[in-house]
Design a protein. Structure first.
Length: 116
């Protein structure tokens, strides 16, 4: 996965299902659902196809939905975007610098990039 912070929002880009039609399978895809890196090459560890055959997916983490007071319904803190609290690869990167909540409490919006 590649993580990028653009326009103040945390974005994760990764590659989902394989779309390559295979001749030996009557031009159907092989069913691979996620691109896994094979060391330093751009081939998938699961199906062996190049990364470009996998659909690119972008996940944007926005509003925090952690309930801070269970007595009052919808009592969220109002944090509107996830900003990592540390560098990628460290546990602190999973908490928000704005509200302190875990990344899992922030709403994630999945966008599928169109194939050109």
């Amino acid at each position: 996965r590649e993580e990028k912070a653009r326009e103040g929002k945390m974005k994760e880009e990764y590659y989902a299902e394989c779309c390559k039609p295979h001749l030996h399978m009557e031009w159907k895809s092989d069913g691979c659902q996620e691109f896994m890196w094979e060391s330093s090459s751009l081939e998938c560890k699961i199906c062996g196809c190049h990364r470009n055959f996998h659909r690119k997916v972008v996940v944007v983490y926005t509003k925090c939905h952690k309930v801070h007071d269970f007595k009052v319904l919808n009592s969220v803190d109002g944090c509107q975007e996830f900003i990592p609290n540390g560098k990628e690869g460290y546990p602190t990167a999973l908490s928000c610098a704005v509200c302190g909540c875990h990344k899992g409490f922030h709403r994630n919006e999945v966008t599928i990039k169109p194939v050109k």
